[in-house]
Design a binder for this molecule. Structure first.
Ligand SMILES: Cc1ncc(COP(=O)(O)O)c(C=O)c1O
Length: 343
């Protein structure tokens, strides 16, 4: 068991995240789930969409008896799943090892380190599949020592979204949601939430993926050609439509949102489990509305959807703001903005 003095995060602050309305230049209403309110109060840009599945996968493994106190939890991740597993598993008393590309953002690395987890860095130039392979090598060398939640294969990943994210979106929109749009990394968000929304009503589920193999949209996986590892958690039969998003467009959309809400408040549709002033404070970083890279991708995906299928004023679209932009202060998306605004 870990003797780290990592802070104990309140798992009650996972799920029931706020819904806000975004001004997107399409003829439809666009809402967004603000997932960085998960693990409210956590440093390094708060929690993320991955707080949900970290809890769901650890709960499932403990219930099944797959995860027992002497095990070390290990996971390959580009960052968000790693930080959330590190935070929750360390707080539950487990040793944790995280395998990450060496270009992961400083905020994500800091969150893993602060949780007291060990990090194995892999040369980012080798591609993301090399991160997964390194994790598999570590487990093969000492199989009894490790428990790997394996977000790429674990049914608790989409299952958590089916149980939590989908009913929240349905209830918060009063059943008016017509489209759900989410990016695919493991595909857990779009698969699980998509299934849960299909069970409830006539909702078009739209998955988006990076357009370029060498993209820089954090958390998303290039799957356009068949020579890449395809996550089992990504059930493409759930998708009604699929669009592709370029990195430059995703970054431009994120910057557009920041400019749009420079002076205006972001309208809050539902505060989730938080009070309104907490949500207002959490929506901004030093007064700026800065979202993460895949959130900008979500806005661009709505534009791509409109270009391909034509949206109307009757449509109500929900996208996901997976994490907050200050996690990306050291990458090209926000480094200039945050540096100059802080000055
Ligand atoms: C910031 C961010 N956005 C989107 C995703 C994709 O979510 P999913 O793995 O559920 O497809 C991830 C996954 O790591 C992420 O970290």
């Amino acid at each position: 068991m870990s003797d780290s003095d990592a802070p104990v995060f309140d798992e009650a602050h996972i799920g029931e995240t706020p819904l806000v309305e975004l001004d997107v230049d399409v003829p439809a209403t666009v809402y967004a789930k603000v997932e960085w309110l998960n693990l409210y109060g956590a440093p390094y840009g708060g929690g993320s969409i991955k707080s949900r599945i970290a809890k769901g996968m650890l709960d499932g493994a403990e219930e099944r008896g797959d995860l027992t106190p002497e095990k070390t939890v290990i996971e390959p991740t580009s960052g968000n799943t790693g930080s959330e597993i590190a935070r929750l598993a360390s707080a539950r008393g487990y040793d944790v090892e995280i395998v990450m590309p060496d270009n992961a953002s400083g905020g994500k690395i800091g969150a893993v380190e602060d949780a007291g987890a060990e990090i194995h860095f892999v040369d980012a130039d080798l591609g993301y599949d090399a991160v997964i392979e390194r994790c598999e090598e570590l487990i093969a060398a000492d199989p009894d020592r490790y428990y790997r939640p394996n977000q790429y294969e674990n049914p608790d990943n989409p299952g958590t979204h089916e149980r939590t994210t989908a009913p929240e979106i349905w209830d918060q929109t009063g059943g008016e949601v017509t489209h759900f749009v989410a990016g695919a990394g493991t595909g857990g968000t779009v698969t699980g939430t998509g299934r849960g929304l299909h069970e409830r009503g006539d909702v078009t589920v739209v998955g988006f993926e990076p357009a370029e193999a060498l993209h820089a949209i954090d958390g998303l996986k290039y799957l356009r050609t068949g020579d890449h590892y395809h996550p089992e958690t990504y059930d493409e039969s759930v998708l009604d439509e699929r669009v592709y998003v370029g990195t430059d467009d995703a970054y431009d959309r994120a910057r557009e949102l920041r400019e749009r809400y420079q002076d205006d408040e972001v309208p809050i549709v539902d505060t989730g489990q938080y009070d309104e002033s907490t949500v207002r404070d959490e929506l901004r970083v030093d007064g700026q509305f800065v979202v993460g890279t895949s959130s900008g991708g979500g806005v661009q995906a709505v534009h791509e959807l409109h270009a391909e299928s034509g949206l109307s004023a009757d449509d109500t679209i929900v996208i996901v703001l997976c994490d907050r932009g200050d996690k990306y202060a050291d990458i090209p998306l926000w480094e200039d903005y945050l540096a100059s605004d802080a000055a």
